[in-house]
Design a protein around this ligand. Structure first.
Ligand code: NAG
Ligand code: NAG
Ligand code: NAG
Ligand code: NAG
Ligand code: NAG
Ligand code: NAG
Ligand code: NAG
Length: 566
């Protein structure tokens, strides 16, 4: 009986449809066949209609990158025998000569580029596309109503193919896809203040983000430990606050990063955290900072060194407004974050200047904080942009926020409901699902048995199991803009950047692109996702991202063979 049962199981495995193991995030609607198709030697991506004469430069560049990926990914299919398993299918495969790329219903000569689309207000970004890859060798067609949609479609197209020697092929033709994201905000947050990340590492990360169709790079650029942002109007901030003269982001660096992101469909949302997390400002403007490096630090801040902006000081308000105005004008995106997390009351209590100013203005701490937050949001609103804050500003402090303020929920997933109950739009960034830094122990030297505060390590499965609409009513669902995974970098640098982010950050990219339903109509599940995530991980490695393995290679070649129930 046992050999028979095994035999039946093997036949069932072989007879099962191949499934699209190669796509991440999986499209909303998808149908595939089981025929082979290979790219012809002269395979070309051709612009149709208005695009043939007026394709924006960033779309042309995206096409070039796609052709490069098709040629150089060099990924063999993840099956026992790898490419050798497909010899028969490849031999019978028709050749595909072209992918035709068209903008539907656009006769305009003034076509918005990917970059311009990526920086539109979030509700106006059109990322939808359709893609048809016939099995008979007739041209494939990618169409969309925006160049951003075309870019997302090119990203999908680039994931359809495997390599066998010099042959680039699929075994799943014909393929038809209709796709658009479930949520517009699909992000990754990087902290570049606890440890510094050179520009090249950020650019590589933006590439990886674009491979999983992420839409937002949340750049937590400065913090108490260092101030690497060069602001020409306030050069001393970075001159005295950066770790080293060459560990800074100049205006040219920021422009390059913003442009690189935009061309990959990614909006850069910068954060200057205030009034807490600002000790680094004391190096250049000691008069603006309360309790700088006060000890014991744990009484005055969640992390050393302590130090917060003197929130009741009129000259500090003017300074922060000028600082935000200077930074804002370099950024094309619609959002800007003023942070607002972990404001420490003890720090202000021990600061005689703040106490004196509160008395002078006849204000409580809460009132002064309200004045401060409104003042810092004024230049953002004045520029027609949307202020972003961490959840405490909505839940713990009595501050008046404009009704379009975007609130990042980070302390716990369970707090999302309370924020949307106030009518604010939210981004899910909960530490209990999406923090990439948890589980690496305590980093404080004399804390031998210490764990990270957000233990345990958040696996990709945990992140993938997140439900964006948990406890949120259907009339509140529109307030959920999406979510992001976050890397706080107390224990990260370029040396472990790829491995701590990838492939884990792909989990939320799919949660917020695909939503909770697979194209089959079934609910998403980690067991369905695993083989596709393997595929993505191997492809990331082929593209130069040092993503870590999810399992032994043996399991990667045998979908479901390492499931608990297998
Ligand atoms: C493009 O717009 C047309 C007309 O509004 C619509 O029918 C079509 O679904 C859109 N295509 C995509 C890929 O969103
Ligand atoms: C604040 O004022 C108190 C009382 O006047 C004084 O004892 C203390 O040293 C002052 N603290 C600082 C940091 O100046
Ligand atoms: C301070 O404010 C309180 C409440 O807002 C008010 O009752 C009081 O008269 C004010 N005191 C001064 C000196 O302005
Ligand atoms: C919050 O602020 C408003 C307006 O400043 C005030 O009326 C209200 O009493 C404050 N609530 C609390 C709980 O402090
Ligand atoms: C904010 O309030 C204004 C004016 O009442 C309204 O037009 C707008 O739709 C509101 N925005 C949000 C996000 O609720
Ligand atoms: C949903 O509500 C339940 C019951 O109040 C709570 O236990 C759970 O943590 C909440 N989950 C989220 C994600 O808000
Ligand atoms: C959907 O889920 C059901 C129940 O788990 C399963 O039997 C079926 O094979 C799934 N369908 C697809 C297309 O994966």
């Amino acid at each position: 009986m046992v050999p028979n049962a095994l035999f039946v199981a093997c036949v069932a495995l072989l007879a099962a449809p191949l499934g699209v193991h190669s796509l991440w995030p999986i499209p909303r609607t998808l149908s595939t066949g089981s025929e082979g198709l290979k790219l012809a030697h002269g395979f070309a991506i051709q612009f149709q209609g208005s695009l043939s004469h007026h394709a924006p430069a960033d779309l042309k560049a995206a096409v070039s990158r796609t052709l490069y990926q098709l040629k150089h990914d060099g990924l063999e299919r993840l099956v026992v025998g790898r490419a050798g398993a497909d010899t028969d299918k490849i031999a019978k495969a028709r050749q595909l000569n072209a992918l035709k790329v068209e903008l539907v219903a656009s006769a305009s000569n003034n076509i918005l580029g990917i970059t311009q689309n990526a920086n539109l207000p979030i509700g106006m970004r059109d990322e939808a596309y359709t893609l048809h890859v016939p099995a008979d060798g007739s041209p494939s067609v990618l169409s969309a109503n925006s160049t951003l949609g075309l870019f997302r479609g090119l990203t999908t197209f680039s994931q359809l193919w495997y390599t066998s020697g010099s042959t680039i092929y699929t075994v799943e033709a014909p393929i038809t896809i209709w796709d658009k994201p479930a949520y517009p905000y699909r992000g990754l947050m990087l902290d570049t203040a606890r440890n510094f990340f050179p520009k090249a590492d950020i650019l590589r990360t933006l590439d990886a983000m674009s491979y999983v169709k992420a839409s937002t790079f949340h750049w937590h650029i400065v913090d108490s430990q260092s101030f690497p942002l060069v602001i020409p109007e306030f050069p001393e901030l970075s001159a005295k606050g950066a770790y080293a003269p060459d560990q800074v982001y100049t205006p040219a660096d920021v422009q390059e990063i913003v442009a690189y992101a935009g061309a990959r469909g990614i909006d850069v949302m910068m954060e200057i955290d205030t009034p807490g997390h600002t000790s680094a400002i004391s190096a250049s403007y000691p008069e603006y900072v309360a309790c700088p490096d006060a000890r014991p630090w744990a009484s005055f801040a969640n992390e050393p060194p302590a130090g917060q902006l003197r929130l009741a000081s009129p000259s500090v308000l003017t300074f922060v407004q000028q600082l935000i105005t200077s930074v804002l004008k370099e950024l094309p995106g619609p959002y800007f974050s003023t942070g607002g997390d972990e404001v420490n009351l003890n720090c202000y209590k021990m600061d005689n200047i703040t106490q004196t100013q509160l008395v002078q203005h006849n204000q409580t701490f809460e009132q002064a904080l309200d004045t401060f937050v409104q003042a810092t949001h004024k230049p953002i609103l004045g520029a027609g942009k949307v202020p972003v804050v961490w959840e405490e500003m909505a839940l713990n402090n009595n501050v008046t926020l404009s009704n379009d303020t975007l609130v990042m929920v980070w302390i716990s997933s369970a707090n999302a409901k309370a924020v949307v109950d106030q009518g604010f739009q939210i981004v899910h960034a909960p530490s209990d699902y999406f923090y990439l830094d948890c589980g690496a122990g305590g980093w404080v030297g004399d804390f031998v048995a210490g764990n990270s505060w957000c233990d345990p390590f958040k696996t990709w499965q945990k992140a993938y199991s997140f439900d964006p609409l948990a406890n949120i009513t259907s009339d509140q669902a529109h307030l959920v803009l999406g979510g992001e995974q976050l890397l706080w970098t107390e224990q990260s640098s370029p040396s472990n950047m790829d491995s701590i982010i990838w492939p884990r950050a792909a989990a939320s990219a799919e949660v917020f692109w695909t939503g909770n339903t697979l194209p089959s109509g079934n609910a998403t599940s980690t067991s369905e996702a695993l083989s596709r995530l393997h595929d993505l991980r191997y492809r990331l490695v082929q593209r130069g991202i040092r993503a870590i393995p999810l399992q032994p290679h043996w399991c990667a070649l045998r979908p479901h063979a390492c499931d608990l129930t297998a």
